[in-house]
Design a binder for this molecule. Structure first.
Ligand code: DX5
Ligand code: ZN
Length: 220
C-alpha cells in the first residue's frame, strides 16, 4: 500500500476520451480513481451513476473510490458495488442511519468511507471510526470541481487526525476540493494521507499525466 494516495477525480475529465485519460493517470502514478456521484438534490449538480463506474472498471485496474453525494445512499450502494466500486463513501449529513449504511457497504465486500461537509463537526465521525477505511474531510462545499480550497477547514483536518490517532484508526484521511500544488502541502501537514484532485489533474495545461506528476512530486 502506498504511504499517500493520489486519487484523480473524473469530474473534470474529458468524457469523450475517458478511457485514454484514465490510462494516462494510471501510467503517471495515480493510486485510485475518484468518482463523484451527485443527484441534484443533496448537492446542486447531477453527474454520474453506476454505468460510469462500470466503464472506469473496464478502463483501469486501479481501485475505484466512489464518493456518493446523493439522498438515500443506502438504496444505491449495492448497484455501485456490482458496478465495481472498491470503496464507497457516504456523508453523515443526509441520512440518519449512517452506521447501518457503512455496515451494508462492508457486507457488500467494499471498503467504507465517511464524509464531512465543511460545516459538519469532526466529532461526527467518532461513533463510526471503528467501521471505516477512510474519512473524507471536504475542503470545498460539494457540488462542483474547480472551486477554491477552504483553508478554514484545516483545523478540522487536524482535529480529525487527532481523533483517528486516539482511536488507533489506520483509515485514510482524505481531503477533496481545491487540492493543487499550493494547497496539498498544508493539507498533508494537517495530517491528510489521501488527496483528491479534479481540475489540478484534468485541467493541467500539459494533460492529466503532468497533473498527476506535479502532485506526486509533492508527496515524495
Ligand atoms: C466536489 C467533489 C470533488 C471535486 C474536486 O464536490 O467531491 O471531488 O471533483 O474538484 P477540484 O479538485 O477541481 O476541486
Ligand atoms: Zn469527491
Amino acid at each position: 500500500m502506498p504511504h499517500f494516495v493520489l486519487a484523480p477525480s473524473i469530474l473534470s475529465a474529458d468524457f469523450l476520451n475517458l478511457g485514454s485519460q484514465l490510462a494516462a493517470c494510471q501510467s503517471a502514478g495515480a493510486d485510485w480513481i475518484h468518482v463523484d456521484v451527485m443527484d441534484g438534490d443533496f448537492v446542486p449538480n447531477i453527474t454520474m451513476g453506476p454505468v460510469v463506474v462500470e466503464a472506469c472498471r473496464r478502463a483501469v485496474d486501479l481501485p475505484l473510490d466512489v464518493h456518493l453525494m446523493i439522498q438515500h445512499p443506502e438504496r444505491h450502494v449495492e448497484a455501485f458495488a456490482q458496478a465495481g466500486a472498491s470503496l464507497l463513501s457516504v456523508h453523515v449529513e443526509n441520512h440518519p442511519h449512517v452506521y447501518r449504511t457503512l455496515q451494508q457497504i462492508k457486507a457488500l465486500g467494499c471498503q467504507a468511507g465517511v464524509v464531512l461537509n465543511p460545516g459538519t463537526p469532526a466529532e461526527m465521525i467518532r461513533p463510526v471510526l471503528p467501521l471505516v477505511d477512510l474519512v473524507l474531510v471536504m475542503t470545498v462545499n460539494p457540488g462542483f470541481s474547480g472551486q477554491r480550497f477552504l483553508p478554514e477547514v484545516l483545523p478540522k483536518v487536524r482535529e480529525v487526525r487527532r481523533l483517528m490517532d486516539d482511536a488507533n484508526s489506520k483509515a485514510w484521511l482524505q481531503v477533496d476540493g481545491g487540492i493543487n500544488a499550493e494547497t496539498l502541502p498544508p493539507a498533508r501537514q494537517a495530517g491528510a494521507t489521501a488527496f483528491v484532485a479534479a481540475s489540478a489533474v484534468f485541467g493541467h495545461p500539459q494533460g492529466p499525466a503532468a497533473g498527476i506528476q506535479t502532485l506526486r512530486d509533492l508527496l515524495r
